[in-house]
Design a protein around this ligand. Structure first.
Ligand code: SPV
Ligand code: MG
Length: 545
């Protein structure tokens, strides 16, 4: 059976009222709170000293109460165990206390501890004798106001007695503790600044059976050498380790920062610090990863990916491609292929694959999935595409790596609704008769009538511009498929891979095969505004593109 979830307020109340000595561990932000819980602690002390220190200010109410509230909200969100917030003096009078209690309840904080000093307070270990104490009756009113305000009866208000800290003596400490008990406090924090537990143990003797009615909480920062059993034997209810995560964090931060500064290197620190993976674990990235699978899958399927074919050398470009493939030739200060990749990035397409071959080590682009066609010299485009076959799923844009095109062409292509769409340049009338390219026959020529049904591909062949007067355009090396298109394209590619001449086949062969199978391929016409880089003239045109 699933364990019932116990409210955080009730968990803290149970700790206060249990017959065991219980412990609260200091935390000062979401991460340290989480670490306290992971270590096994059943509750957290939201220390004013540590929270202010983490914020880089003094423990004198320099951080506003709403800033503290923000911190404690992160701590509460990060944990399932109760937090007792160090609420200093309640940040004002009874009225401020009422609002504080309301806000803490809203943020899932299990309780607040207020001390009988005057706002703005000073830490109990600083200039202690000079610290004024609050008027006892006024402080009782603050406790009552808090209790009357809370909506959850298990929300805890702990009254902290500073009489021993301020040097007012045991009589005053006892008098105040009892007054606060009668005012409705759910526990008394009796603070002491001496290095022995004597004051606390003497107080416990006097307090006696009242521990059952109003349990005692201590903070043994100064009398740290006392064996914990002494607290247990004295019937103390809750012991707070008040600032030790913060102090250790400072120790670690000072050490690592000094080392890195002096050595200008990470060599001697890397093995001594937690891995980035450990941070991800503590941040619970696992949960997000699972949630993404659950909630992002539709969006992901809709988001296209891109596959670039970039395995060949581009031999016409001779010395320009001696040490790198042509897709890496510099065009206006950037490798050719990077210009296209940037266009894809601008369209929020981040899932990018490149099939490389010739001089594959020259590719330095990050965040790319690389597929290697090591037989680039003896194979052709479909063999390259086949290597990236697993990427052909859902929406995919397949592109030659050596083309440059205006941004709007991709924008328009992404809006196309067909299962398979290819981009065809209709402006071919000025091609020299010897110009070669993938020329297409379509169901109709390009027209500017937008209501017309999309043109369909009828056939595609590599050839010279002057060869066939019937053609309506040139495929620019860019195509898109959706889920249905990807499935049929992938299946057809698989089939073709069995044919003996597969190593010679190119993308147009795949398209013709699809047409043979009566698969509809839409044509998106454009009027120029693109370039493929095959020779020196193309490179210089590219510089002006
Ligand atoms: C704190 O942790 O902020 C406390 C305890 O109030 S002490 O610093 O000992 O006053
Ligand atoms: Mg404090």
């Amino acid at each position: 059976m699933k364990k019932p979830i116990i409210k955080k307020t009730t968990q803290l109340r149970n700790m206060l009222n249990s017959n065991e000595l219980e412990f609260l561990m200091e935390a000062h932000n979401g991460m340290s709170a989480k670490i306290a819980e992971e270590a096994g602690f059943k509750g957290i002390w939201g220390s004013g000293l540590s929270i202010s220190a983490a914020l880089g200010v003094r423990d004198n109410n320099e951080a506003s109460w709403t800033q503290v509230l923000e911190v404690v909200e992160f701590m509460s969100d990060a944990t399932t165990i109760p937090i007792l917030l160090d609420g200093d003096t309640g940040y004002g009078n009874f009225n401020n206390m009422r609002r504080l209690v309301t806000k803490l309840e809203q943020r899932g904080v299990a309780g607040v501890c207020i001390e009988d000093k005057i706002f703005p307070k000073t830490n109990s270990f600083l200039r202690t004798e000079a610290q004024p104490l609050a008027d006892m009756d006024e402080f009782c009113g603050k406790i009552k106001a808090g209790q009357d305000t809370k909506l959850d009866s298990d929300f805890n208000i702990i009254a902290r007695v500073e009489a021993l800290i301020a040097g007012w003596g045991m009589g005053e400490a006892l008098k105040r503790a009892d007054a606060y008990r009668l005012a409705g406090a759910n526990g008394i924090l009796m603070h002491s600044k001496i290095s022995k537990p004597d004051e606390i143990l003497a107080f416990m003797k006097e307090w006696g059976e009242r521990s059952k009615l109003c349990p005692i909480v201590i903070v043994p920062t100064k009398y740290y050498a006392t064996p914990t059993n002494a607290f247990r034997e004295a019937n103390i209810s809750v012991c707070i380790w008040a600032n030790h995560q913060m102090r250790m964090a400072v120790t670690a931060m000072q050490s690592v920062t000094k080392t890195i500064f002096e050595e200008q290197s990470l060599m001697n620190v890397e093995d001594k610090i937690v891995s980035v993976a450990e941070l991800f674990r503590l941040q619970n990235d696992k949960e997000l990863e699972a949630a993404e699978k659950l909630y992002l899958s539709v969006a992901d399927a809709d988001k296209p990916r891109a596959i670039f074919l970039a395995a060949s050398r581009g031999a016409e470009l001779k010395e320009l491609t001696e040490d790198k493939p042509k897709v890496l030739i510099d065009i206006n200060g950037k490798p050719l292929i990077e210009q296209s990749i940037n266009t894809f990035y601008e369209h929020n397409i981040k899932d990018i694959s490149i099939v490389r071959g010739y001089k594959k080590e020259a590719f330095k682009l990050q965040n790319i999935k690389y597929f290697d066609n090591d037989n680039f010299e003896t194979t052709s485009e479909l063999s390259s595409l086949f290597l990236a076959k697993k990427e052909i799923a859902d929406h995919v844009v397949i592109s030659y790596g050596d083309i440059l095109f205006r941004k709007y062409i991709l924008s328009r292509l992404l809006e196309e609704k067909g299962d398979i769409t290819i981009v065809v340049d209709a402006a071919i009338s000025d091609r020299a008769p010897s110009y070669t390219g993938d020329f297409v026959l379509c169901s109709r020529p390009h027209s500017n009538i937008y209501s017309e049904a999309p043109a369909e591909l009828k056939g595609i062949a590599f050839g010279k511009a002057g060869e066939n007067k019937e053609v309506q355009g040139e495929w620019i090396g860019l195509m898109k498929t959706n889920k249905v298109g990807s499935e049929v394209l992938s299946k057809t590619l698989e089939e073709l891979s069995q044919s003996p001449d597969f190593s010679k086949l190119k993308l147009p062969d795949l398209m013709n095969k699809l047409l043979e199978k009566k698969v509809k391929i839409n044509v998106m016409y454009i009027d120029g505004h693109w370039l493929d880089v095959d020779n020196y003239a193309d490179v210089s045109r590219g510089q002006k593109f």
